[in-house]
Every structure is written in structure tokens, then in C-alpha cells.
Design a protein around this ligand. Structure first.
Ligand SMILES: Cc1cc2nc3c(=O)[nH]c(=O)nc-3n(C[C@H](O)[C@H](O)[C@H](O)COP(=O)(O)OP(=O)(O)OC[C@H]3O[C@@H](n4cnc5c(N)ncnc54)[C@H](O)[C@@H]3O)c2cc1C
Length: 383
């Protein structure tokens, strides 16, 4: 079914790159059109953990497990939970390092940039076409013409939108738009935390730290390049980023807001705000998934483009699992046409994503504005 077909994957995130690798293993002709100007164009963000029955399983299927083992961050899967006063409520540092590959509970962490690099290294040369921001698609007979911002175009027999939460491909598949979950995150980046906030950095201890209580949350994670990413979560009305009056390009204004919001929190958290010079607000949106779209003949979506949901630690794993399911449906010989293969993939994708999305939307207050009860529940769940 894939012979002599040009496949265009829009977006070179974890979903799109994994799909390209899996399809190339089946001999398909694939290009990944990516908006970034080059592989090194931007820092990809903090660490992500891969799970036994999804991300790690897909790595294995893609023949990239050795590359993953060479690039992951041993020990970064540790988790430490604090209260707003900085007291440690839970610390699994002692258990970390005991679980290893093959153990269903082992969730090794990898820097997002390292993950992207290893996926790109697994592709044939020139598979990724950089500086290719998709603007629009035009359907001509059984093909799609892709128009890019750089003035170039391309023709494909099958288009897969792996272009994340603002996917321009999505509108050619469904007219269901994103809804606001009720929570917004302010993301902060610190390039040299060992100098800028050494006490907090020591507390993070190269692993996952969360501080929760008194109606607020802070999460912090190391980056593979030695930097630190943190997220401060809040419940806010829709469009708060615009209506707040805060100029997010002025770090001082953001710091003033954070210091007020976290007034009752220990000074160590305020040292984190003081150390940060770059803040990005991120309203947490999701795609309502109750009604599945009508399957199209030669276009579909994977990853966040298909099922954006509030962060729940599953996003990268889901995108990779979508890639595996779609590549299998397209190549395992069970279907005689693209439409039926895509329909079978979409059934699996929706069945997996619907309950996770529901859970993370319903739990948004427990995440962004936790009370003592929800923190106790979390500890019980993780113990
Ligand atoms: C604050 C936060 C924390 C998170 N933490 C975690 C975590 O710990 N673990 C986890 O598993 N998930 C986490 N997630 C979710 C995770 O980041 C996503 O689910 C995951 O990256 C989705 O992968 P993807 O390949 O579908 O899309 P993306 O990673 O968004 O990749 C999309 C790609 O498409 C490109 N693109 C976009 N538009 C165009 C265009 N027009 N033309 C061409 N290319 C385009 C982008 O440049 C990008 O490279 C988090 C999300 C947020 C917001």
C-alpha cells in the first residue's frame, strides 16, 4: 500500500520523527517538514520520561533502544515532593536506580533535545526538511499540495499532521477546536542554576521536583544542558494572559506577580523566581475528544495535533504510540486501502487518548490549585 507513495509528515517532534523512522524501516518514502530553521534552532525544553508499555516499547520497535540507553539521564527519574514551606513530603531518591530496563515501573528520563537528536540520527539523510513551516494544504485529485512559508511547495499522496498543539494540518481533518482547561502555566528557564539559585538547584538534585499546597503548584526539572526549567501553575479565567496586564517580556513584572501569588511560600521558591530571566505563559488547552471525526482518505493526525490535553506525563509517550500504531496499520497488510488503514489507527488512537484527556481535564484543579486533601491523595497514589 505504501509503494510509490510520497508521505509527508508535518512536524518533527517526537511523534513525527518516530513515525518517519518506523515508516522508513518498512521501505516507505517519507519527508518530515519542520518549521524550525535547523536541528539546533531552539532548546527543546526539559526532560521527559518514557514508559514501559508505550515510549520504551516504541523505541524497541524502532530499533533505537541502544541509542536511547546511550542518551538517557540515569537517576533523573527520581521524584521529590515538597510542601510550600520547603519540607520534603516524599522522596524516592533511595529507590531510584534500583529499577532498570525491562522493569515495567522503570521510567527513564531523557532530555528532549537528546531524544530529538537520536530520532533524527535514525533517519535516512535529508529526511527532515528544515525551515518548512506549513501554511496551507490544497487537495488535487488523490494528492495534497503543501504550501510553506518559505515560498516552496511539495506534493504528497498521504499527509500526517504531527505538528503539535497549534497544528495547521488539523483543520483539514476536523473543525473541532481547542478548549481552555481552566489552568495556565508560567514556564521559567534558568541557564546556570548552580550559580543563580544554588540552594534550590541542590534541592532539585538532578531530578523531578514538585511543590504543592496552599492552592498552588511549582514543578522543576533539570535540562540536559545543565539548565533548569520550572512551571508555576494556576487556575485563571480564559484569556488571563491578555487580561492580566502583565507584560511577559518584562521579567520584573512576572516576578512581581509570582512573588505575590506565592507570598506564603518559603523564600527558596522566591529565589527561583529571582534567578529567572525568561518567562513564557502557557494556557493549558485540550481538544474535546468525545466525538470522533470522520476518517479521511489520505490525511490524519498524531500526537498533540490529534489529542492535545493538559500535561499529565503521557504526551510524548502517546505521540510515539500513535506513530507505532499508524505505521503498523499502514504496513501490516491487513488493509487494502489507505482509508481503512487510517480508520483502524484512529480507532486505537481515540480509545487510548479519550480516558487520559478526560482524567487530566477533570483533575486540573488538583494539579494547578491543590488543597491538602489532593496532596495526600497524590502521595497515596505514588507510594
Ligand atoms: C508545560 C508542559 C510540560 C510537559 N511535560 C511533559 C512530560 O513531562 N512528559 C511528556 O510525555 N509530555 C509532556 N508534555 C507534553 C508533550 O510536550 C507533548 O505531548 C509532546 O511534545 C507531543 O509531541 P508531538 O510530536 O505530537 O508534538 P510537538 O512535540 O509539539 O512537536 C510538533 C513539531 O511540529 C513543528 N511544527 C509546528 N507547526 C508547524 C508548521 N506549521 N509547519 C511545520 N512544522 C510545524 C514544531 O516546531 C514541532 O517540532 C508537556 C507539555 C507541556 C506544555
Amino acid at each position: 500500500m505504501l509503494q510509490h507513495k510520497n508521505i509527508a509528515i508535518v512536524g518533527g517532534g517526537p511523534g513525527g520523527l518516530t513515525l518517519a523512522r518506523l515508516l522508513q524501516l518498512k521501505g516507505a518514502q517519507v519527508k518530515v517538514y519542520e518549521r524550525d530553521h535547523s536541528q539546533a534552532a531552539r532548546v527543546q525544553g526539559a526532560i521527559v520520561d518514557l514508559h514501559f508499555d508505550s515510549g520504551l516499547k516504541v523505541m524497541e520497535a524502532a530499533g533505537l533502544m541502544d541509542a536511547f540507553k546511550a542518551s538517557y539521564m540515569p537517576g533523573a527519574d527520581k521524584f521529590r515532593l515538597l510542601d510550600p514551606k520547603g519540607n520534603v513530603l516524599m522522596d524516592d531518591g533511595n529507590q531510584a536506580g534500583k529499577a532498570t530496563f525491562g522493569d515495567p515501573h522503570f521510567r527513564p528520563e531523557i532530555d528532549r533535545g537528546a531524544l530529538r537528536d537520536l530520532l533524527i540520527d535514525g533517519l535516512l539523510p535529508d529526511t527532515v526538511v528544515w525551515d518548512s513551516q506549513l501554511l496551507s494544504l490544497n487537495q488535487t485529485d488523490n494528492q495534497w499540495e503543501l504550501q510553506f512559508k518559505n515560498g516552496k511547495s511539495a506534493i504528497a499522496d498521504l499527509v500526517i499532521g504531527a505538528d503539535g498543539y497549534r497544528s495547521p494540518v488539523r483543520k483539514y481533518v476536523t473543525d473541532v477546536n481547542a478548549l481552555y482547561s481552566g489552568a495556565t502555566i508560567i514556564q521559567g528557564e534558568i541557564d546556570h542554576p548552580e550559580i543563580a539559585c544554588p540552594e534550590f538547584f541542590a534541592l532539585v538534585n538532578q531530578a523531578n521536583l514538585m511543590a504543592m499546597g496552599a492552592g498552588a503548584t511549582i514543578a522543576a526539572q533539570p535540562r540536559g544542558d545543565g539548565g533548569l526549567t520550572f512551571y508555576a501553575a494556576f487556575l485563571h479565567p480564559e484569556n488571563w494572559v491578555k487580561t492580566s496586564g502583565i507584560d511577559f517580556n518584562q521579567p520584573e513584572e512576572v516576578r512581581t506577580f509570582l512573588n505575590e501569588h506565592y507570598q506564603q511560600w518559603d523564600g527558596i521558591f522566591h529565589s527561583l523566581f529571582a534567578a529567572c530571566t525568561q518567562f513564557v505563559p502557557r494556557p493549558l488547552n485540550y481538544f474535546p475528544l468525545e466525538n470522533r471525526w470522520v476518517t479521511k482518505n489520505n490525511i490524519t493526525l498524531i500526537g498533540d495535533a490529534a489529542h492535545l490535553m493538559p500535561p499529565n506525563g503521557e504526551g510524548v509517550n502517546l505521540a510515539m504510540q500513535d506513530a507505532l500504531d499508524l505505521s503498523e496499520c499502514l504496513s501490516n497488510g491487513s488493509f487494502t486501502n489507505l482509508h481503512d488503514a487510517i480508520a483502524a489507527y484512529e480507532t486505537m488512537m481515540f480509545e487510548r487518548a479519550v480516558p487520559l484527556c478526560k482524567e487530566s481535564v477533570e483533575g486540573i484543579s488538583d494539579f494547578a490549585a491543590p488543597d491538602d486533601e489532593s496532596v495526600k491523595e497524590l502521595i497515596k497514589m505514588l507510594s
